[in-house]
Design a protein around this ligand. Structure first.
Ligand SMILES: N[C@@H](CCC(=O)N[C@@H](CS)C(=O)NCC(=O)O)C(=O)O
Length: 217
């Protein structure tokens, strides 16, 4: 049984959504208050970084959201959510997988930090504004790709859509939803209609209630 540590709507939503899309991999969801390093200090004994996600699968321990999606698809596949090396879209698939967190979500976290997480006196509109622009600049490739095709690569829904569409969810939550271009907005609406997405939101909502962990707004 896989254990996934998660905070509501945080990056750990990527592997949660992936698990629900796969549909045949049993998992246990452990909810934490955000940020765990402040409100669940015992979690540092499990993941010394204090970050989420954290996934345990037997001897395997992982802390990278997009890497966990990749792992799940390969280790617990086969699944059409993965693009294999003999498919033409393999390189594009890997590029989206790495791009998702290293290039797209990284600037978002600075916006989140300097608009909401820091105490009032340390908030910084200039940092937040600069990194919002950075994020929106990097989003141009998503805008272009989603204008050409229903999915990001391989002409089907893949883990690349899970990891990139999550960044659009986060963009909405940090107040950047209005700045997303028309193609990427339509794509994001389509992604939210998926059963896997809805099941993942239902799972995190239910687990938050059952485990009495407040939902971060
Ligand atoms: N590159 C990692 C980043 C993990 C990460 O920084 N997660 C954030 C939440 S979205 C976190 O745990 N922040 C709390 C903290 O830094 O204490 C990933 O993709 O999972």
């Amino acid at each position: 049984m896989i254990t996934l540590y998660h905070c509501f709507a945080a990056r750990s939503f990527r592997p949660l959504w992936m698990l629900e899309e796969m549909g045949n991999v049993p998992y246990e969801l452990k909810m934490l208050p955000f940020p765990p390093r402040m409100f669940a200090k015992e979690y540092l004994g499990i993941n010394p970084l204090g970050t989420i996600p954290f996934m345990i699968d037997g001897e395997t321990r992982m802390s990278e959201s997009s890497g966990i999606c990749h792992y799940l698809g390969i280790r617990h596949g086969p699944t059409p959510l993965m693009v294999s090396p003999d498919e033409p879209a393999y390189g594009a698939f890997l590029n989206w997988m790495y791009f998702s967190d290293a290039t797209l979500t990284f600037p978002q976290t600075l916006v989140l930090r300097y608009t909401r997480l820091e105490p009032e006196e340390r908030r910084n509109p200039q940092v937040a504004g600069d990194y919002a622009k950075w994020f929106l600049g990097r989003l141009r490739v998503v805008e272009a790709a989603t204008g050409q095709s229903e999915f990001l690569c391989a002409d089907r829904f893949t883990a690349a859509d899970v990891v990139i569409a999550y960044a659009l969810r986060l963009a909405e939550r940090i107040g950047l939803g209005k700045d997303i271009g028309p193609n990427a907005s339509a794509y994001w609406q389509r992604m939210q209609q998926r059963d896997g997405y809805r099941l993942a939101v239902a799972a995190e909502t239910r687990a938050s209630e059952e485990q009495k962990v407040p939902v971060r707004t």
